[in-house]
Design a protein around this ligand. Structure first.
Ligand code: F0G
Length: 430
């Protein structure tokens, strides 16, 4: 038995605690589980200075923007860690984004800087490490694209087979290309993400394949490091708001859990308010937040932001818990708002995939509604790289996205191969 598998798991709904270290994704009551750290044992032993000292270290675990915070991620033998030195992602400030959102104090943490181009690598380094400890030969996930790209890469690193279930024709090409390139056996399901999620759980239960979706509580542990590293980037100053997109809702759940643990250890003095932004066509958490009713899945979820085209999010209770505990909000934005926000993020020279830019569209909308004040400090998470979904970019700039008015189009100019024609095009007379 290794130390990390002896961490307790606790049901978010009925409170049942599991201490046997067995592979388990759900409680007997059917709800999701949290990893429980022994915070009492860590109190007084952990300091922000320790995390800062590790920034200058060349040790492998310290070079990772996840394992640098390892006591709060997964206590384990450092030689067993499956890492690509993920994290260490950039913070951006931009006048394009400040002007667009109406808020000067916006910083964007770009998780697209991760090894496979999305925040999923932070969860996957931990998930793959635990999979290896359990002796898994095959790992599997359902995905709108980024999880599969990340899992395929980390499975290769750990010498495991990767089995990926994706909704047929619904994932962006950059992501599909990664899964194929990294060697994942890729099954295109004639259905949506929610179908793929249901089937992968059935397959894993039947075949003893290790499941690496964010329903796996160890994935969430790694993703907490986004907020640990963000606060470290900000010299441990807590912003007023933390804003991020919501799909399957593992990430917002993770960020809240990480913040709550830092707070309980007295390592931070306040909590940011968490704003989860959903696409209007895939907005079950938004509806649950507005009505106060339990989440009703959205059938046939639809949005151009394919990463968050999810109608039945697995981690909604954990996510809503964080929103409510921090006095946060859930907002929805239209595809047009997402794509025009994306055009600004892209034009700023930062670039991010559509789902990421729900963050910026959401900040703009919440500032407009007076929920976020223009003077507030706001940290937004950009979740994936601009090159994940080139199709969305090309169509936006060609003004060929159905039902979307492109506010900032930049189509290529087609000219004859003569100097005259080129000069006319450059001077704008054609
Ligand atoms: N942004 C991007 C770029 C994503 O890929 C995802 C989720 C999200 C936001 C939403 O995060 O699910 O934790 O609320 N992508 C998953 C996938 C579903 O399969 O790659 P969430």
């Amino acid at each position: 038995m290794t130390s990390q598998t002896s961490l307790q798991l606790k049901c978010v709904e009925c409170g049942e605690i599991y201490t046997d270290g067995a592979v388990r994704y759900l409680c007997g009551c059917g709800d999701v589980l949290d990893v429980v750290h022994d915070l009492a044992a860590l109190r007084g032993k952990l300091s922000l200075e320790l995390f800062d000292e590790r920034l200058g270290s060349k040790a492998s675990a310290d070079r990772s923007g996840v394992w640098r915070f390892r006591e709060l991620i997964l206590p384990c033998d450092e030689s067993s860690i499956v890492t690509r030195w993920e994290g260490n992602t950039r913070l951006h400030c931009s006048s394009w984004v400040a002007d667009y959102t109406g808020c000067d104090g916006v910083v964007l943490k770009h998780e697209g800087d991760n090894p496979t181009g999305s925040f999923k690598d932070r969860g996957m380094t931990v998930g793959a490490t635990v999979a290896k400890h359990h002796g898994a030969r095959t790992v599997a996930c359902a995905s709108t694209g980024n999880t599969s790209a990340s899992m395929a890469s980390y499975a290769s690193l750990a010498g495991m087979e990767a089995l990926v279930f994706i909704p047929d024709g619904e994932i962006a090409f950059g992501k599909l290309a990664q899964a194929l390139a990294f060697g994942a056996r890729t099954i295109q399901i004639a259905g949506d993400f929610d179908d793929a999620m249901r089937i992968v759980q059935e397959v894993c239960a039947r075949e003893s394949i290790y499941l690496l979706n964010s329903i796996n509580p160890f994935r969430i542990e790694g993703q907490k490091a986004i907020v640990f590293e963000l606060l470290q980037d900000l010299d441990w100053q807590v912003p007023d708001w933390l804003v991020l997109p919501g799909g399957n809702l593992g990430n917002s759940a993770a960020l809240y859990k990480g913040l709550a643990e830092l707070r309980e250890l007295n390592l931070i003095e306040s909590m940011p308010r968490i704003a989860v932004i959903q696409a209007a066509g895939a907005n079950p958490l938004y509806t649950a937040f507005r009505t106060g009713a339990p989440l009703e899945p959205v059938r046939g979820a639809s949005t151009l932001a394919s990463a968050i085209r999810i109608g039945a999010p697995v981690s909604w209770k954990k996510s809503l818990r964080g929103v409510l505990a921090t006095g946060g909000v859930v907002e929805e934005v239209s595809d047009e708002e997402i794509m025009n926000a994306k055009a600004r993020v892209d034009r700023a020279g930062i670039g991010a995939e559509p789902a990421s830019c729900a963050t910026v569209a959401g900040i703009k909308k919440l500032v407009g509604a007076g929920v976020i004040k223009a003077s507030d400090s706001v940290a937004g998470i950009l979740t994936g790289h601009v090159l994940k979904d080139p199709d969305a970019v090309i169509k936006y700039h060609g003004e060929s996205l159905e039902g979307i008015h492109s506010e900032l189009p930049n189509a290529p100019l087609r000219v004859e191969a003569t100097l005259d024609a080129v000069m006319r095009a450059i001077s704008g007379s054609e």
